[in-house]
Write a protein that binds this ligand. Structure first.
Ligand SMILES: Nc1ncnc2c1ncn2[C@@H]1O[C@H](COP(=O)(O)OP(=O)(O)O)[C@@H](O)[C@H]1O
Ligand SMILES: [Mg+2]
Length: 343
C-alpha cells in the first residue's frame, strides 16, 4: 500500500517533470541527479526518466523539459503534483462516503431576499437512522425540509438521496414518489372518512399488478392496513371518522397515511406540538417503531420528546449545524446554551 503510494507519487512527479508545463531553470545536472535518485525507489520512475539520461552531455535537451512553455521558472512542481493527487483522492473518498448514505447535504445555501435561511449546511443521514433536529425558531429547520422535498430549490450545494439521486434536479411529486414522505406541522386528513379508509386511500403499490390478482390484492392490502393501524396505535379507532379524533390521533393518522406510501425516509416537522404528555410519549414510541424499518428525520422543540427518542441530535442555528451528537452532549454545548438562552 505504502509502496504503491510512493510509486504513484513518483510517477506523478515524473509526469510533471516530463510534461512541457513542468520544471524550472535549474542547473542542467541537478534534476537529472534527482531523477536518478528517485529512480532507485520505483522502476516506473526509472523508465520514465531514461530518455533524459540518454543525453546528459547535451545541455539543451535536458533543460528543455523544465521550461513551463512561457519561459517562466518553476522552482519545483513536486508539491503541486502531490497536492493534486491528494485532492483527487479526497474527492474520491467523499464520493464513496456519499454513496453509503441515505441523505447527503453538502454546503447547501438558500437565501430569501438576501437573508440566508440556510447557510452552507452539511448533514448526513445514514440508511435506517433516526435523527432529531433541534434549534431555535428561524434556524432553518423547515426550510431544510423544503429543500429535501423539492419545495424549495437551494442556491448552492449538493442534496443527494440514496447515494446518487440529485434531489435538486427533481420536483416535489417526483421526490415523493422516490420514497421521501413528509409530514407537515398541521395534520391533513380526510375528516369525513374513517381512520381505516384514510389509510386505504393512501396505500401505494403496484396497483395494476395487484388488481389482476384480486384476492391477493385484498389480502395484501388488509395486512398492510392492519400493520399501519397497529403502528399508529389506531386499531381501536379504525371505524371512527377522522373528524372525531383527538389532535394527537390525527397526527398519528397522518403518519399512518405516509407509511401507506412506504417511504424509505420520513420527514416529520414538530409532530408533538399541541399534544398531551401521554400523546407525546406515545408518539416517541411510535416513531421508534417506524425507525426500525426506515429512516426518520424529526424536527422538534420538545426536549422531553427528543430525549425519549434516544437518537443522535443535530442543532441548527442560522441555517448551519451548530452542534451534533447525543442530546446530553448537544445540550451541554456552550454554543447551544447561548443560542437558546440568548433568544
Ligand atoms: N419563503 C420564504 N420567504 C422568505 N423568508 C423565508 C421563507 N421561508 C423561510 N424564511 C425565513 O427563513 C428563516 C428560517 O425559517 P424556517 O426554516 O421556517 O425556520 P425554523 O423551521 O427553524 O423555525 C426564517 O427567518 C424565515 O422567516
Ligand atoms: Mg419550522
Amino acid at each position: 500500500m505504502v509502496e504503491a503510494k510512493v510509486a504513484g507519487k513518483v510517477a506523478d512527479d515524473v509526469h510533471a517533470l516530463t510534461t512541457p508545463q513542468g520544471g524550472g531553470r535549474e542547473p542542467a545536472t541537478q534534476p537529472v541527479q534527482e531523477n536518478t535518485g528517485r529512480a532507485g525507489i520505483a522502476p516506473v520512475a526509472a523508465q520514465a526518466a531514461r530518455p533524459r539520461e540518454a543525453v546528459p552531455s547535451s545541455p539543451a535537451p535536458v533543460e528543455q523539459p523544465f521550461e513551463n512553455g512561457h519561459g517562466e521558472p518553476v522552482v519545483s512542481p513536486h508539491p503541486y503534483a502531490a497536492q493534486m493527487r491528494e485532492r483527487r483522492l479526497a474527492i474520491e473518498a467523499q464520493g464513496r462516503a456519499r454513496r453509503d448514505t441515505l441523505l447527503y447535504l453538502n454546503g447547501v445555501t438558500k437565501s430569501f431576499d438576501g437573508f440566508k435561511a440556510i447557510n452552507n449546511l452539511s448533514l448526513v443521514i445514514e440508511k435506517g437512522e433516526m435523527r432529531a433536529i433541534i434549534g431555535p425558531n428561524g434556524a432553518g429547520k423547515t426550510t431544510m425540509m423544503d429543500i429535501i422535498t423539492g419545495k424549495t430549490r437551494p442556491d448552492k450545494g449538493e442534496v443527494f438521496f440514496g447515494g446518487d439521486v440529485d434531489l435538486t434536479r427533481h420536483d416535489e411529486a417526483a421526490i415523493a414518489s422516490m420514497g421521501i414522505g413528509r409530514k407537515f406541522q398541521k395534520p391533513t386528513v380526510f375528516e369525513s372518512h374513517t381512520v381505516e379508509d384514510n389509510i386505504r386511500l393512501s396505500l401505494s403499490g403496484p396497483r395494476s399488478v395487484l388488481e389482476a390478482l384480486v384476492h391477493r390484492k385484498d389480502e395484501a392490502e388488509r395486512q398492510r392496513i392492519e400493520a399501519i393501524l397497529e403502528t399508529t396505535r389506531l386499531t381501536e379507532k379504525r371505524e371512527t371518522f377522522a373528524a372525531n379524533l383527538s389532535h394527537g390521533q390525527k397526527q398519528w393518522l397522518e403518519i399512518g397515511m405516509l407509511l401507506a406510501q412506504d417511504p424509505e425516509l420520513l420527514l416529520v416537522d414538530e409532530p408533538v406540538a399541541g399534544m398531551t404528555d401521554a400523546e407525546t410519549e406515545q408518539t416517541a414510541r411510535l416513531l421508534r417503531d417506524i425507525a426500525r424499518t426506515r429512516s426518520v428525520v424529526v424536527v422538534e422543540h420538545d426536549m422531553h420528546f427528543v430525549r425519549a427518542l434516544g437518537v443522535k441530535v443535530t442543532c441548527l442555528h442560522e441555517g448551519s449545524v451548530l452542534s451534533e451528537g447525543t442530546l446530553d452532549k448537544v445540550s451541554a454545548d456552550p454554543k447551544v446554551i447561548e443560542v437558546y438562552l440568548g433568544r
